[in-house]
Design a protein around this ligand. Structure first.
Ligand code: SF4
Length: 236
């Protein structure tokens, strides 16, 4: 059957107007916890987090043809529940709204991973989203040290406000290392998120690579305190 196998990266440069699809995971249960999803990675991100595990996705570049990816998704109708757009920063892609609408028309639920860099673009697609994973990089004091960009907490807070107001299902998550944010500051940040109305929060211990064992672990009392703050708390 045509496009039964996942598409391969293109071998010839795509036209300049092509969507910057940088990667594809055909099947995932972890990118939208509890949901069977294909993950479409958009290449392009204006931030430069020092711990970024996807530096190859920071620069805008089309490595896959969206038409191939779309045909593959079309072939997966009934086999997958959802499509998650990730990155990089997926909202950096101007064609993302139409890509989301195309995936929705195939019957998929739509998830979005975002660092909260583009509040206006998030507002444009919010009504098409079923779930959002919003990165929280640090508290106000530590944000720019992580992202390498000035005043970077401001758009992320605006995105959080939108998600809270829209009532869309979402999770806030943080990649954590005690050298970047002490446990006390993490707990204060989590308390502020809970006060604002965040129901789902996840802490992921920083790793040298995605498959590496974390060098640091949250203490049991800190995990218990976080568990008590949220309806759902995950430590990954
Ligand atoms: S926001 Fe995400 S993709 Fe962009 S630099 Fe930071 S970790 Fe990497």
């Amino acid at each position: 059957m045509a496009h039964a196998a996942p598409p391969r990266p293109v071998t010839q440069p795509l036209p300049r107007h092509s969507a910057a699809v940088g990667g594809l995971t055909p099947f995932s249960t972890v990118d939208w916890p509890g949901t069977l999803a294909a993950v479409v990675f958009i290449a392009g991100c204006p931030w430069r987090c020092h711990y970024c595990h996807n530096p190859e996705l920071q620069t805008r570049a089309a490595r896959y043809d969206w038409r191939d990816v779309r045909a593959f998704l079309d072939n997966r109708q009934g086999l997958l529940d959802a499509v998650v757009f990730s990155g990089g920063e997926p909202l950096s892609e101007p064609r993302l709204p139409s890509m989301i609408r195309e995936a929705r028309r195939m019957g998929f639920r739509i998830g979005l991973h975002t660092a909260g860099i583009y509040p206006l673009r998030l507002a444009d697609v919010l009504r098409y989203l079923d779930w959002v994973g919003l990165d929280i990089k640090a508290d106000a004091q530590g944000y720019d040290d992580i992202t390498g960009r000035r005043d970077s907490q401001r758009p992320a807070q605006a995105c959080l406000t939108q998600l809270l107001t829209a009532g869309v299902d979402f999770e806030c998550r943080i990649t954590w290392h005690p050298d970047w944010l002490s446990e006390a500051r993490l707990l204060a940040l989590a308390g502020e998120l809970a006060r604002r109305g965040v129901k789902r929060f996840a802490v992921q211990s920083a790793r040298a690579s995605p498959d590496a064992t974390p060098a640091w672990h949250l203490t049991a009392p800190a995990q218990a305190a976080l568990q008590a703050l949220f309806e759902q708390f995950a430590y990954r």
